[in-house]
Design a protein around this ligand. Structure first.
Ligand SMILES: *Cc1c(COP(=O)(O)O)cnc(C)c1O
Length: 370
């Protein structure tokens, strides 16, 4: 058989020579590299999921609720309760992870001949999904301290007139939140230029010191807030993301969603998890204090740390961040090298995992100064 590689296939030009997204999944004792929640779901919730899924299994001969009405109603209730802004069923859309939400938004508002912009370093999937949907990607600037350079961002928006603007707050991989006034200014700039859809990616907002930007939806029909159950809810394996926006945006994304995209098993599992919101958010409080401890201790050891409103911390600086990543790995702890020169990212784990990480970097620092 002849050896056939990707580039021997008639793949689209923009996919040639590219690699798929993926953090290394290495088998080491302490894995703090993908911003997952370290706590398994509590046993009563596991029981409730089992009950709900058993019920759903009895009807698997039928297609699921295409509009996921019960689930969207419960998500709206959760957002209303925690977001200081009333959100209704018509404002909410759900899909298989917020990555699918983002894909549907780009299929609806981006696509061939259109562009999207993000302010980098930021979540690399915004650019990758843009490429996958044929949307041109524009990499906007940040300042050296990883805050959004507002003047430069406004200039880039005016110049490129993008169809979609991504603002990740708290930002991944840097951890810092984007101030409300900056988001408002970028929304205004985007409306003046096009007008375009502005997607505020709040994947980590439950870990933030500040509030959600949901109240900004009032009177702003081109604003979308995207959320996920992968981080704060500790349910990365579930694959459930959602958005809140004007009902017209929810109607628009239905033009591109696959029919019955959200399985009955997924809907049942997510509904069970939402019944246990209060318990799950208690873990968030614990992770927030562990995150703050990582910031304090890393600084005490002598590292620079970017302010974090997320469940992870960006620390540096390293002459060779990949070599530092390797040294930490050699000490049994896997962190993330996002390709941001001089910096690495560590996810807040359990207190014991964080102790192991701090021990590893303390040891590395000692070796370095010896
Ligand atoms: C992890 C993450 C997501 C979540 O993606 P899911 O598909 O919901 O797991 C979205 N946005 C950002 C910025 C993230 O870091």
């Amino acid at each position: 058989m002849t050896d056939v590689r990707i580039d021997d296939l008639p793949v689209r030009d923009e996919l040639r020579g590219k690699s798929p997204y993926g953090a290394p999944q290495l088998d080491v004792p302490v894995r703090l590299n993908t911003n997952e929640n370290p706590y398994p779901l509590p046993e009563p919730l596991v029981e409730r999921i089992t009950e709900r899924v058993r019920e759903a299994a009895r009807n698997l001969n039928r297609y699921p609720d295409r509009d996921a009405v019960e689930l969207r109603t419960e998500l709206a209730r959760y957002l209303t309760k925690t977001g200081k802004h009333p959100v209704a069923l018509e404002n909410v859309w759900a899909a298989n992870g917020s990555n699918e939400v983002i894909q549907q938004l780009l299929q609806t508002f981006g696509g061939p001949g259109r562009t999207a912009i993000g302010f980098e370093p930021s979540y690399s999937m915004h650019g990758l999904i843009s490429r996958g949907t044929g949307t041109g990607w524009i990499s906007g600037p940040r300042n050296d301290d990883f805050t959004v350079d507002l003047a430069a961002a406004e200039k880039a928006i005016a110049e490129h007139r993008p169809d979609v603007v991504f603002i990740t707050t708290p930002n991944n991989p840097t951890g810092n939140a984007v101030p409300r006034e900056t988001v408002l200014a970028l929304y205004e700039a985007a409306q003046a230029a096009k007008p375009s859809i502005v997607v505020v990616d709040e994947a980590y907002v439950e870990f933030s010191h500040g509030d959600s930007l949901l109240p900004l939806l009032e009177g702003r029909p081109h604003l979308v807030v995207s959320r996920t159950m992968s981080k704060a809810f500790g349910a990365a394996g579930l694959r459930l993301g959602y958005l809140a926006a004007h009902p017209a945006v929810v109607d628009a994304v239905q033009l591109v969603r696959l029919p019955y995209h959200l399985s009955a098993v997924t809907q049942a599992t997510a509904l069970a998890a939402l019944e246990h919101t209060d318990t799950l958010l208690k873990y968030v409080e614990q992770l927030k204090s562990e995150r703050d401890r990582l910031v304090t201790e890393l600084r005490a050891i002598g590292y620079e740390v970017t302010e974090s409103d997320a469940n992870f911390v960006q620390f540096g600086r390293f002459d060779d961040s990949h070599a530092a990543w390797r040294k930490i790995l050699d000490r049994g702890v896997l962190v993330r090298d996002n390709g941001v020169p001089e910096w690495l990212r560590v996810t807040a784990g359990t207190p014991a995992e964080n102790d192991a990480f701090l021990e590893a970097v303390r040891d590395m620092k000692k070796e370095h100064s010896a």
